[in-house]
Design a protein around this ligand. Structure first.
Ligand code: PEP
Ligand code: MN
Length: 264
């Protein structure tokens, strides 16, 4: 991918490409898995490695993440590959641990954004930080709840913010695991035009064959980045197996995607 529009401030300060590509597994599973994926990604357009270590699962009995142990694996992946790292934080304790282990970018999950007290607790724990914080939309199609979370972080003095569009749940299932409802992030951008907007096609799609088209739509809409779940053995991933793609598929996809050229 090439740079075709002015970079947003924190992307620029961190010397990250535009569009930003974040990739990595839904969940960190083992140290070897994290390192193998990081090495497979390091020569692609992905500059940030994602891996969930605290996984809020909808129903009990599913794999809920390796926990703080995974922070060391992310640190090692960063040392070995030079990629930046990102993980989900879902309470103030997670924030403290992630900051101690030098995670570069923190993201707030869709099940956390729905909960103002938890959002406030996390924002307070990050008060005045220079870290980048990416706020996923809430699971339900509620623009005000998403805006409210953004406002709580801004008010806590967190300047380097961005948002992640991961789709919205609906009782009636259709093509998508979570409906894109493209108008909602567009409306959020009219309120906060400087906020980088990143697409998470993986949780919208729920299946890998839809990911390319979702990414293309986002780039046509001038999104600032993509966060794509990536695993060397997607079918055997410990979570979200149906929607992950291989690092090789990601590499091909970013070459094939058409990047919107800014006029003037
Ligand atoms: C994830 O990114 O793996 C995740 C749990 O996402 P979401 O909060 O969007 O469901
Ligand atoms: Mn996932």
């Amino acid at each position: 991918m090439e740079n075709k529009k002015e970079l947003r401030t924190w992307l620029n300060n961190m010397k990250l490409a535009h569009p930003l590509v974040i990739a990595g597994p839904c969940s960190a599973e083992t140290e070897a898995q994290v390192l193998k994926i990081a090495h497979q990604l390091k020569d692609t357009d992905a500059t940030v490695l994602r891996a969930g270590i605290w996984k809020p699962r909808t129903r009990p009995g599913n794999f809920e993440g390796v926990g703080a142990l995974g922070l060391k694996w992310l640190q090692k992946a960063k040392e070995e590959t030079g990629m930046l790292t990102t993980t989900e934080v879902a309470n103030a304790n997670h924030v403290d641990l992630a900051l101690k282990h030098d995670v570069d970018i923190l993201w707030i999950g869709a099940r956390t954004t729905v909960s103002p007290f938890i959002v406030q607790e996390i924002a307070d724990a990050l008060n005045g930080t220079d870290k980048v914080v990416l706020i996923k939309n809430p699971v339900n199609p509620d623009l005000a709840l998403w805006l409210g979370a953004v406002e709580r972080f801004y008010e806590a003095g967190v300047k380097n913010l961005g948002v992640i569009h991961r789709g919205f749940s609906a009782y009636e299932k259709n093509t998508y695991r979570n409906n894109p409802e493209w108008q909602i992030p567009i409306d959020l951008q009219t309120r906060f035009p400087d906020l980088p907007l990143i697409l998470d096609p993986s949780h919208i799609a729920g299946r890998r064959d839809l990911i390319f088209d979702l990414c293309q739509t986002a780039l046509d809409l001038n999104y600032d980045g993509l966060m794509v779940e990536t695993h060397y053995d997607p079918d055997n991933a410990w979570s979200d197996a149906a929607q992950q793609i291989t690092p090789a598929a990601l590499d091909k996809m970013t070459v094939d995607l058409r990047i919107r050229v800014e006029e003037g």
